[in-house]
Write a protein that binds this ligand. Structure first.
Ligand SMILES: [Zn+2]
Ligand SMILES: [Zn+2]
Length: 328
């Protein structure tokens, strides 16, 4: 099979021909139809996440059809369309797994990080961690739901009942979550990189009541803010923008250092919290909700071989919505 392979951190991906894996017991082999590109993929490439499997096939927003089943896979059939998310395996026995927090599992393994992912023509996944993809979506349109959507949704849940919600960084996740938030009668304030007027316009088109630069103050206080941009200096800015009792949710897996800030920004029972990974329950809830909203994803597709170009465009903020690889 053709695959784009990361051989060493900070290197480019290399187009390679890899032997086709066979599914072990409990696994399924999937023909990849589309694989979304996530900001986390750049953190892996840049060596900002410890100990990736190397060489590695990135990609944890995989949509494809099952072409072969290993032993003991009974609830899925060859031909079924499934989605493979970031959470690839958990131990099911640690105190986190036993308390509904498998996202924090001591031994969790993640797709496109410790397990080969979907920047390839085929991928192997543990059948217990794949989702059925809602039939309303095409393959490429569904791909961003599997991380940008799922983890964005978990972050939105962590924002609690906030009616006035700030979204910092208007990329793949925010363009989905603004639609869900609006569906829930929340008012969204979108913050982009300074000067990104196209991004601000995109946010308003999707229902944000206000859009501006992350350095600006919103026209009114926020009840919560979600940071999708991996920029630590946004934390004090977001704290400044939220009202007393408000929450700042950091949704990314990696962030540059948070600068020191005066305690009075946190005072008034403001909270800062991170969101780590996802549970299968988050996935089931979100994939049931998305077609009801209905969430529409804006995708820009790239050939598998153009993965490096797609990553560069994502890095420099030149993707509107989500980038998705489509193996021809
Ligand atoms: Zn566990
Ligand atoms: Zn992701």
């Amino acid at each position: 099979m053709r695959a784009m392979v990361l051989e060493a951190v900070r290197g480019p991906l290399r187009a390679m021909e890899l032997p086709l894996s066979r599914p072990a017991p409990g696994q399924v082999l999937i023909q990849v139809r589309a694989c979304g590109i996530c900001r986390t993929d750049l953190h892996v490439v840049d060596g900002e996440l410890d100990h990736p499997k190397l060489p590695l096939v990135l990609g944890h927003e995989v949509v494809g059809n099952i072409t072969e089943k290993g032993e003991r896979v009974e609830c899925l059939a060859v031909g079924d369309r499934v989605g493979v998310p970031w959470l690839g395996w958990t131990c099911e026995v640690c105190r986190y797994c036993q308390s509904g927090r498998e996202n924090l599992c001591d031994q969790a393994r993640f797709t496109g990080y410790q397990i080969d992912g979907g920047y390839a023509e085929h991928a192997v996944a543990d059948h217990r961690y794949v989702f059925t993809v809602p039939s309303e979506y095409g393959d490429a349109e569904a791909a961003p739901l599997l991380c940008a959507g799922l983890i964005g949704y978990r972050a939105l849940v962590m924002a609690g009942e906030a009616r006035r919600l700030g979204l910092y960084g208007f990329g793949a996740a925010a363009h989905i979550i603004v639609q869900v938030a609006r569906h829930q009668d929340r008012r969204v304030f979108a913050f982009t990189r300074p000067g990104d007027t196209a991004g601000q316009e995109f946010a308003r088109e999707l229902g944000a009541v206000w859009a501006g630069s992350s350095e600006e103050s919103p026209p009114e206080e926020l009840d919560a803010a979600i940071l999708f941009a991996p920029v630590g200096s946004l934390v004090p800015l977001a704290l400044r923008a939220v009202a007393r009792g408000g929450t700042v949710v950091c949704a990314g897996i990696h962030m540059s250092d948070i600068p020191a800030f005066p305690y009075r920004l946190l005072w008034g029972e403001r909270t800062i919290r991170s969101v780590a990974n996802l549970t299968r329950r988050n996935g089931e809830e979100f994939l049931a909700l998305a077609p009801q909203v209905p969430v529409r994803t804006a995708v820009e597709t790239f050939a598998l071989e153009d993965a490096n170009e797609a990553l560069t465009r994502l890095r420099t903020g030149r993707i509107q919505g989500a980038a998705v690889l489509v193996p021809g």
